[in-house]
Write a protein that binds this ligand. Structure first.
Ligand code: HEC
Ligand code: HEC
Ligand code: HEC
Ligand code: HEC
Length: 425
């Protein structure tokens, strides 16, 4: 239980120590007697990379990033702490607060000082913690995605740009359902939501598209434009081959709508999502499709008009937000899950020619949706499908050598296996 000495004002951050006791969230084994398992702290501290996000800032890669960018010590640098720690203003820190706890409970759940006491009372409603005491409603999948994307995509205040990537920072890619499994999850999926994995994927994709379009608009209007991280990385970073062996030159569509040699926009956050958009709301999806293709063609000019790029991105952002709202309130089933998987695997060529990052989103999507699809037990060709999806990831291992025809051929195998499935509503 929280001690009286703890600050109980709404909006202050306590740090994870306040949640660690074995009678709170620090149990080693999951408990069955309470609604939550009470081992959340143990999972976070023992298995979750977020607990080590601060330590990462003193490893050799971080020190080199800081040296190249001419920054101070990365573990004292606000530019890095913004995402690698619970980096909040001094006035919002309670006494128990430690920066070196990394990305901790309150980075996602919100400042605890207000709800730390009340939320331990039996039958205390989660809704009141959210409405009155500063807790973030992570049960809402759209809110949850948006919180992850603060750090896994960036905001106005904190970002990873091409300069940081070129200095050694990993590029940020994300897919809510897969990343929640890798994290690993310290919560139970809601039983009321059927096919919650499909929902997580669909809402996560729409929010990711929405937030990335807002970022594009922001960057297009900034003085540092063009921002290379908004383009297809491997337009510039692929390995060169003889012209007759280049899949880019032998494809009919690779340079569609843009001049040879102009890098393409990185549309990967749209490529897999469009299949869910079509299923959910065909009219809005069609409007989005047309804004996205306008955006792709503006981005495909070497000197596309910055303001045009920004306003087109903002129109597409609004449509993605509408779709996010719809996807967050609809229900999901096995039929929806299979239809989206089939749609994606069936468009193997078109998707793979959108480049490595699009292929990566397609692979993460098929992986997530396959897990959701067979949640009620194994399916006829379970083993073959699992193996075929795993091989998609192998094709992404050396990104500069990515080959669209090879990836497409593997997707076609997945597609043929999916054709044998029958979904139950
Ligand atoms: C916008 C948020 C954000 C900012 C700002 C940021 N990072 Fe990161 N960083 C991340 C995320 C998210 C990951 C994990 C990426 C992944 O694996 O998908 C990461 C990963 C890393 C890694 C690789 C970690 C590993 O386990 O191998 C290093 C090193 C790193 N960051 C250093 C830095 C340094 C140094 C700075 C400051 C110059 C910085 N980061 C700023 C979000 C950020
Ligand atoms: C990277 C983000 C993140 C971090 C860090 C994090 N959580 Fe969570 N947590 C979530 C998400 C997402 C959920 C699922 C949504 C939900 O059920 O509220 C969740 C769910 C929970 C739940 C279940 C809530 C319920 O109503 O079923 C508990 C309890 C919890 N977290 C405690 C903790 C504790 C304690 C820590 C720190 C030791 C922590 N979390 C750190 C994201 C995070
Ligand atoms: C406050 C910033 C922040 C928030 C919010 C956040 N993350 Fe992270 N995340 C990071 C950083 C930084 C890393 C890199 C840590 C490391 O490598 O040790 C990371 C790493 C990860 C990794 C490991 C990636 C890998 O390559 O192994 C997963 C998975 C992940 N985050 C999932 C999530 C999910 C899901 C959410 C939302 C529920 C979330 N994160 C919210 C900052 C954040
Ligand atoms: C418009 C072209 C262009 C695009 C698009 C682009 N880059 Fe770069 N990148 C460059 C240039 C130019 C350099 C500096 C190369 C040099 O001087 O060696 C560079 C450097 C790098 C480096 C450091 C190279 C090294 O040897 O370690 C990395 C890593 C990198 N980019 C990753 C990416 C990623 C990831 C993306 C996509 C998010 C991307 N780049 C998009 C042009 C581009």
């Amino acid at each position: 239980m929280p001690s009286a000495a703890q600050d109980v004002r709404v909006g202050k951050y306590n740090g994870p120590g306040g949640c660690a006791s074995s009678s709170c969230h620090g149990s080693i084994q999951p408990k069955q007697i309470t609604r939550v398992s009470q081992n959340e702290y143990s999972i976070w501290v023992g298995q979750d990379k977020h607990a080590r996000a601060f330590q990462v800032l003193s490893n050799p890669v971080s020190l080199r990033i800081a040296k190249i960018l001419k920054l101070g010590r990365p573990d004292q640098e606000p530019k890095c702490l913004a995402c690698h720690a619970l980096s909040v203003p001094a006035a919002e820190r309670a006494e128990s607060f430690e920066l070196n706890d990394g990305v901790s409970c309150e980075s996602c759940h919100g400042p605890a000082s207000g709800w730390l006491g009340p939320h331990t009372v039996k039958d205390w409603p989660h809704e009141r913690s959210v409405a009155e005491l500063g807790m973030i409603d992570l049960r809402d999948v759209a809110v949850r995605s948006h919180i992850c994307l603060h750090c896994h995509l960036g905001t106005v205040e904190k970002f990873v740009d091409h300069q940081m990537i070129a200095a050694g920072h990993p590029d940020l890619t994300f897919e809510l359902n897969l990343f929640s499994a890798v994290m690993p999850r310290h919560w139970k999926d809601s039983k009321e939501v059927g096919y919650s994995g499909t929902k997580e994927w669909a809402v996560g994709q729409s929010m990711q598209l929405r937030d990335s379009l807002a970022r594009l608009a922001r960057r297009a209007r900034s003085s540092t434009w063009p921002e290379y991280a908004e383009y297809d990385c491997f337009a510039c970073h692929h390995s060169l081959t003889k012209p007759e062996e280049s899949w880019r030159l032998t494809s009919d569509s690779y340079y569609a709508g843009r001049k040879a040699g102009a890098p393409a926009w990185n549309a990967s956050r749209y490529i897999a999502f469009r299949y869910a958009a079509k299923e959910a709301d065909a009219a809005t999806a069609a409007k989005l499709e047309s804004e996205i293709s306008a955006l792709a063609s503006l981005m495909g000019q070497l000197n596309g008009d910055k303001e045009q790029i920004a306003v087109t991105a903002e129109r597409a952002e609004e449509l993605s937000g509408t779709l996010a709202h719809e996807l967050n309130s609809r229900s999901y089933d096995q039929v929806f899950t299979l239809r989206v998987m089939r749609g994606i695997a069936g468009d193997a060529r078109a998707i793979s020619e959108q480049g490595q990052r699009a292929a990566e989103q397609a692979a993460m999507t098929l992986d997530s949706l396959f897990v959701a699809y067979k949640q009620n037990g194994s399916v006829p060709n379970d083993t073959e499908l699992r193996a075929a999806i795993n091989q998609l990831f192998q094709q992404l291992d050396s990104p500069s050598a990515y080959s669209a025809p090879r990836f497409a051929a593997q997707m076609q195998k997945v597609s043929a296996l999916l054709a044998q499935e029958t979904a139950k509503p």
